[in-house]
Design a protein around this ligand. Structure first.
Ligand SMILES: [Zn+2]
Length: 120
């Protein structure tokens, strides 16, 4: 391995474990549905305490990801939905019109060739 190549340094996480200040039990970060973004409730002693800004940032990122996922799912549902009845009717009419126009063009070409060649 040459020394010119950049090396990837993996540093340990700088976020301390979330511990309840009242009883010392580990505290879950909580769900996305928590209304208070900077607090977490200890399930051991039911104490609600403030969390570090790093955890608040993690929550905010998770909420943003969840929001983006829901938006993407809604968009995907919209994109894969079949066309409505009016659009299907319009597509049918336009397909019939194209076939009729192609037949008229073919007849026009045949009649033009026959008249130019003076067969009739
Ligand atoms: Zn506790």
């Amino acid at each position: 391995m040459s020394t010119d190549e950049p090396s990837i340094a993996i540093e340990p996480a700088h976020i301390a474990p979330l511990i309840c200040p009242h009883c010392g039990a580990p505290v879950a970060l909580g769900t996305f549905a928590d209304t208070t973004p900077d607090t977490a409730k200890c399930i051991a002693c039911n104490t609600e305490g403030a969390i570090a800004p790093e955890y608040a940032a993690i929550r905010a990122t998770a909420r943003a990801a969840e929001s983006d996922r829901k938006e993407a799912q809604d968009l995907a549902k919209h994109l894969v939905s079949p066309p409505g009845p009016m659009m299907r009717a319009w597509m049918t009419v336009s397909n019939v019109a194209i076939v009729v126009l192609m037949l008229l063009l073919f007849v026009w070409l045949i009649v033009g060739m026959v008249m130019c060649l003076g067969i009739l």
